[in-house]
Design a protein around this ligand. Sequence first.
Ligand SMILES: [Fe+2]
Length: 453
Amino acid sequence: MIDVHCHILPGVDDGPKTLEDSLEMIKIAYEDNITDVIATPHINHPFQFPGEANSNNQFQLLKEKAIQLYPDVTLHLGSEIYITPSFLIDIKENLTTLSDSSYILIEFARETLGTAILDAVHELKLKGYRPVVAHIEMYSDVVARPYIVKEIRKSGGYIQITASSLLGKHGKEISGFIKTLLADKDIDFIASDGHSVYSRRPVLSHAYEYIEDKYSKEEADRLFITNPKHILDNKELAINVIEREQKKKSKLLFPVIAAVLALGILSLGMTNQFNSADARALIKAEANKSESLSHNSEDISEQESKDENLYTKNLQSEDETSLISANGNKTSESGQDISKNSDSRNVSAKYRSQLESLQSQTEGQLASLVQEIDYIKNTTNDEVERKSKIDAKLDEIGNLENKTENKVYSILYDMQNELEKEGLDVSEVQTLRDEYHQIKSQRTDKYINQLQN
Ligand SMILES: [Fe+2]
């Protein structure tokens, strides 16, 4: 099997920190019958990992060591590129593609609309790339409107899902969505998106067996071997899209909310390239796109046009509110500054406290999971049973970290939106994001230490 998405390079992103851990991940992959791993460090990620600068060196270092220890596993260099509007405007010529092919692995803010993903695919295709959308199941707008996946594939985009999502680790809604895609062969790659030895490990065999069992060996080979081989050989992988009549229409309101959130995260990754006027124009554009996409379908519900009216009214009242607040502002400039600083502090304090309570909740849950692992270690004598029980707990830890991260993002988007809406300084969002990153890293060190003892 070939793993086309794995964070395996030491010390470049949120993957393994040490060379030893990277080598341990290769060992896990080797024991799982994985023959090739494409290392995909995050690039342009809002967390600003150092991967971009260090990935070449770290790749060479790991490859040299790995060849001696695990000659049957071949490492390839790639990247996972976080796409923002500004990044698309200024696409560099020398992006790190997957194994030096024309395929690139791309990711987005989780709240990004399916239509925005589609746009990015168009843009990247025009630049000569073959875009592979990483973990498509993690975008809630796409999960709500799966037909967009067909649009993405018709535009030349490829679809990757994560093995653990297939196995139900992210809930029933996501595994149901994946089954919908599998039914029409709308998935091109299944990868591990491995991050560490302890959770989110580079393992594909369980997912392969699932596909073999529920579908066929041919389908499993297609997803885990022959399709990925097209990347390694830099050969074009034909995309066949089975057309279906669109049954259900989602209401327009959800995409609008998602657009607002998406703008929050998109602006997080950029240097204030979008002001609120641009933001409103973008929301309108996104809403129009959703609308035109819906008009292609045969059944446009009355409810939707009501939602559209509601949306337009909301925009109008938003315009009116900002106009009123602009006209009604009679305070002196210095008084205004003081009051703005104090407003900004109040907003920051509110979100800081939300983040703190989330952190302590996560820490409590992690502590009990670590205790449960300890208990299993001490009470389960059968080695196979012990390993399987511990594996299940490690998966729970991985899921908990994922969920926490999504919630943190969501809180930060809300904060960014609120500050922008009030015309306040947004720099505190960056500070809180950096703090979260540090806390997460310390927390991970702590529980890994506990697990190793
Ligand atoms: Fe990833």
